[in-house]
Design a protein. Structure first.
Lengths: 289, 243, 321
């Protein structure tokens, strides 16, 4: 077994895993605060990627520069989705929550199809093709930047939740809805903001991924499932777990290409998922519920 | 003849010793009261007896057969039924359909199960609402439904978990009559209860537990005068104040 | 209740006689109405009646389709027999899935994800098996004959899918009234309480998932021999899994006629909007409308359309006493 190749794959896995972690954090946040499983998570990310792509094509703004705009747009989208649909189904049994969220995913996916057509799009940004060398290991600059930014955003969100007032309100509402209401927190608005934040987080991850892969309308599913795997790996509702789970999954996926064709790597991910669900359902770091 | 024998039942939740070497026997045809302050471990004992929890130590015998480690449905099939402290009706189906689930136990045919269900529904006084959705019932009727369902399995032993909680005095009396009738029909009853009137009116014997241990046992009249029991419920201060 | 039976009989007669008045295209829409009603009903057994949500039911459609097609192409076995083989394989996989899920206590979302994982893993594996067409899929040769389960024109397919739909109605109606039916509903309502009443919940959960899988896989055989093309993404994919749950949910989850009513509403909508919008280059719009409709139904008619249908028909069908 080629040591260099293995290390290369591990590093690439970590870089990818950081982004997975960011995607999953959004999902974990939504679940942690509202107990809702966002079956449209991947589709929201893809929507962000499309918005970013079109800003790049129409206005020439590099995705990293338009990040703030995209994140804001998707935050609003998430806010509205929560306010109109998800708020009404929060108290529904799980069975009845699945369909509306799956439907939202369906709608977003096909809106993308309608608006932008079925073809794959690949933005060529300045950094897309650059690489740097550390000894025998080659690292794509765009992947490295994506990873660094992903970690940066992850820390940002941790700080936001720990230090700001809104963050504390979100944590309060997540811990004890009734208690939060009793101390005067407008729980509905907090929920809206939380869903928006969850969506925005995954949007940021999407923008970071944009230079790394071509986008197409139907890729949302795979990312929703990836986010699920990471969240269950790390622990539902556990934000640090999302990061840890993401890193583990990223490394597992890439190292598996040593033994399996790349197109089968999802079999590895799903197998990990099943094993965790059977033997440690609360996840590696332990989660809610 | 003891129909239910529990010996040295011990149940731990991590570091918490919920039930500590508890032993008791339920005689055939008897109504045995199981009382104790909140958190004493009474429902945990029921959960152990009915198979929802497995005690770490101790043995349990129903009609001479060991039941430790069996699944709840197997214990029901062996003739012991239970109710839940927080009632668990099948919410979106009718009272009749609820009771039918119990009646179908022991390989009973559909025909026979229907007859048994209607019979029991009438005897607990739910006849008029037999086609109503269970979730539409008020609490006292839900408690009766819970009993009816358990009775439909034609048990030899019935574990009742606070069936009188939340009932007004009239409803308590009705429940007392119902349980007396059930007992007269041959069912042995183990009764967890906080409503003292019920305990006194029904129990032939009473066991008192606190912190998972048996602290007293006897006929109801003796139990209420037992200083250990008074202390468990009302505390040392009260006991001292009493003199 | 005699009026009710007469009504059903009349509806059946109309459906039997209807093809005399319809052209091939409209017949095709009906084929799909009955097909999706059948699939939805099969799914209904596990999710509507037993309460375990499956978002990976495409797995069984794919298993039925690929098993029967493989046996037909490799051994010349008629899909009428291949159906049984497919059903057995599907039931076997379902039992494996069920064993993992029910033995390990996976409920709610965890169970949903387990079903998705199984479907996705199968999709990926089949995509890599040469004998099953790998990434390009399998094209079925069109050799119409009864033995081959292939026919010219939609008329034969109409009666077969009508038969399947009626069979599923009968099967579920029988299950509903039986001990099996009462027990699985009890599991759905409160699994613990069911246990306390003597229900071997593991056994009945397994029965439910096996029956559901078996029934669903037969639809896969039909589908393969109706559209003549198998691809892992369309047979095992999430789109299929989502498509097949829409009609029973919109119609009425856990009810006998829910999947049928849902299919009568959604299938024509889907076929017509797909034809209409795709022509105008608005591909995907019909799915957006689907999604919006599904959300509206869950928000405002959570028990499904059947509630309103019943309210409407009840005064007409009640016997005058």
């Amino acid at each position: 077994m080629d040591a260099t190749l293995t290390i290369q794959l591990i590093i690439q896995g970590i870089l990818l895993g950081g982004i997975y972690g960011l995607i999953a954090m959004g999902l974990s946040l939504i679940f942690g605060v509202m107990g809702v499983i966002n079956f449209a998570h991947g589709q929201m990310m893809v929507m962000a990627m499309y918005v970013s792509y079109w800003i790049f094509v129409l206005l020439g703004l590099d995705p990293y520069l338009s990040l703030i705009i995209v994140v804001a747009v998707i935050f609003v989208m998430g806010y509205v989705i929560q306010a109109t649909v998800v708020n009404r189904i929060i108290d529904y049994p799980e069975a009845m929550q699945v369909l509306p969220l799956v439907s939202i995913g369906l709608i977003l996916e096909n809106l993308a199809l309608l608006l932008w057509g079925p073809d794959h799009r690949s933005p060529q940004t300045i950094l897309s093709l650059e690489s740097i060398w550390i000894g025998p290991i080659m690292i794509d600059v765009s992947r490295l930047i994506a990873f660094v930014l992903a970690i940066f955003f992850t820390i940002l969100i941790f700080l936001f939740l720990k230090k700001t007032n809104i963050g504390k309100c979100i944590r309060a509402a997540s811990d004890n809805r009734m208690g939060a209401i009793l101390v005067g927190i407008d729980v509905n608005r907090i929920y809206n903001a939380s869903f928006g934040l969850g969506a925005a987080t995954t949007a940021a991850a999407g923008v970071l991924l944009l230079p790394l892969m071509p986008i197409s309308p139907h890729m949302g599913h795979d990312f929703t499932l990836t986010a699920f795997i990471v969240v269950i790996l790390g622990g539902m509702g556990n934000l640090l777990g999302a990061l840890v789970g993401g890193l583990i999954l990223g490394v597992a996926e890439l190292v598996s290409t040593l033994f399996l064709p790349a197109t089968l790597k999802q079999v590895v991910s799903f197998s990990i998922l099943i094993i965790i669900m059977l033997f440690r359902p609360q996840g590696i770091l332990g989660g809610k519920k | 003849m003891s129909i239910l024998i529990a010996k040295d039942i011990t149940k731990r939740f991590g570091g918490l010793l919920a039930v500590n070497r508890l032993s008791f026997e339920l005689a055939e045809g008897e109504i045995l009261g199981l009382i104790g302050p909140n958190g004493a471990g009474k429902t945990t004992v029921f959960n152990c007896l009915s198979g929802f929890l497995t005690p770490e130590e101790g043995s349990m015998r129903l009609g001479g057969n060991a039941i430790k480690g069996l699944q709840p449905y197997q214990i029901c099939q062996m003739g012991m039924a239970r109710t839940f402290q927080i009632v668990k009706p099948f919410p979106t189906i009718s009272v009749f359909d609820n009771v039918m689930v119990g009646a179908l136990a022991h390989g009973t045919s559909l025909q026979a199960a229907k007859a048994v269900s209607l019979d029991i529904i009438e005897s607990v006084g739910l006849w008029k609402m037999r086609d109503q959705e269970a979730q539409g019932l008020p609490l006292p009727l839900r408690k009766r439904l819970e009993m009816a369902r358990a009775l439909a399995t034609r048990p030899n032993v019935l574990l009742l978990d606070e069936v009188m909680a939340g009932l007004n005095p009239t409803e308590v009396d009705e429940m007392i009559d119902l349980i007396k009738q059930v007992n007269q029909d041959g069912v042995s009853v183990l009764l967890i209860e906080h409503v003292m009137r019920g305990v006194m009116a029904l129990s032939q014997r009473v066991i008192v537990i606190n912190y998972g241990e048996r602290i007293a046992e006897g006929v109801p009249d003796e139990i209420v005068k037992n200083p250990l029991v008074i202390e468990a419920y009302l505390g040392k201060e009260f006991l001292r104040a009493q003199g | 209740m005699k009026r009710y039976h007469i009504f059903l009989l009349m509806a059946l007669l109309i459906l039997v006689v209807l093809p005399l008045f319809l052209d091939n295209y409209i017949l095709g829409i009906f084929v799909m109405i009955f097909f999706w009603a059948y699939v939805g009903q099969s799914w209904n057994v596990l999710t509507g009646y037993t309460g375990h949500i499956s978002l990976g039911h495409a797995l069984y459609i794919g298993v039925g389709a690929y098993t029967s097609t493989y046996l037909a192409q490799a051994f010349g076995l008629s899909p009428w027999f291949g159906m049984i083989a497919g059903g057995v394989v599907a039931a076997g996989i379902a039992i494996f899935l069920g064993f993992l899920g029910f033995r390990f206590g996976l409920r709610g979302v965890y169970f949903v994800i387990l079903t998705i994982a199984f479907a996705e893993i199968t999709r990926l594996i089949v995509s890599h098996v040469e004998a099953l067409g790998s990434f390009s899929g399998i094209f079925l040769d069109f050799e119409p004959s009864f033995w081959n389960f292939q026919f010219s024109g939609n008329l034969p397919y109409y009666y077969i899918s009508l038969g399947m739909m009626l069979f599923s109605l009968a099967a579920v109606a029988i299950i509903e009234r039986s001990k099996l039916g009462r027990y699985i509903v009890a599991i759905r309502e409160d699994e613990e309480a069911a246990q306390a009443l003597g229900v071997n919940t593991f056994k009945y959960n397994m029965l439910a998932i096996a029956i559901s899988a078996f029934m669903t896989s037969i639809a896969g055989v039909f589908y393969a021999n109706y559209i003549f093309y198998l691809h892992p993404n369309s047979m095992f994919g999430m789109s299929m899994s989502i498509e097949l749950i829409l009609r029973p949910i919109v119609g009425g989850l856990g009810t006998l006629f829910g999947p049928l009513i849902g299919s009568f509403l959604l299938t024509p909508l889907s076929e017509i909007s797909r034809a209409y919008f795709a022509k105008g280059g608005l591909e995907g719009l019909h799915l957006v409308l689907y999604g919006i409709l599904a959300i509206l139904v869950v928000l405002f008619m959570p028990k499904g359309i059947i509630v309103y249908v019943r309210r409407f028909l009840d005064p007409l069908l009640r016997d005058k006493t």
